[in-house]
Design a protein around this ligand. Structure first.
Ligand SMILES: Cc1cc2nc3c(=O)[nH]c(=O)nc-3n(C[C@H](O)[C@H](O)[C@H](O)COP(=O)(O)O)c2cc1C
Length: 144
């Protein structure tokens, strides 16, 4: 299948710690590298927002596995579309914690989300969600 992008939102399980989330991403980046997947996982306010890119069948199969994972719930698919090019090509998976007190103030909860009433923390609008993830990537690259 062609190159696709998938975005979803979910709520982290009550017991989830940042250490747990880092362990998920460590394992995920190894799996994803083997399957030609790239993307980014953002955590904030008890919620996850993730983007996955790659072959559509592989993305779909991986998402089905992720959706069954008991470390989060309320998984809500917000976009699955064909794309011309990857936007997270260097990252087989990364974790960005928006609650991290060391992040600059403007990164904590991106301004545009404060006015979004579709979700308690992120946005269910695929474009807003995508550009927020992409902004986070650019900020992370700028920081080095
Ligand atoms: C928020 C979240 C994001 C995840 N992201 C990925 C991912 O990008 N790739 C991946 O292979 N597994 C990811 N996982 C882990 C999968 O849910 C699953 O545990 C893993 O793929 C192993 O699946 P298996 O036990 O069926 O082999 C994620 C889990 C959670 C809770």
């Amino acid at each position: 299948m062609a190159l696709c992008q998938l975005l979803y939102l979910s709520r982290a399980s009550e017991k989830m710690s940042m250490r747990d989330a880092m362990a998920i991403v460590d394992a995920a980046s190894t799996h994803n590298a083997q399957r030609g997947l790239t993307g980014l996982l953002c955590y904030g306010g008890g919620y996850f927002l993730q983007v996955l890119e790659g072959d559509g069948d592989v993305v779909s199969d991986t998402f089905c596995r992720i959706a069954r994972d008991e470390r989060h719930h309320g998984v809500r698919l917000i976009d699955f579309s064909l794309i011309q090019a990857r936007r997270f090509e260097d990252w087989s998976m990364r974790l960005i914690n928006l609650d991290d007190p060391n992040l600059p103030e403007e990164s904590h909860r991106p301004e545009k989300f404060r006015f979004d009433r579709t979700h308690p923390f992120f946005s269910t609008d695929p474009q807003v969600a995508f550009w927020m993830l992409y902004d986070q990537k650019m900020q992370a690259l700028a920081k080095g």
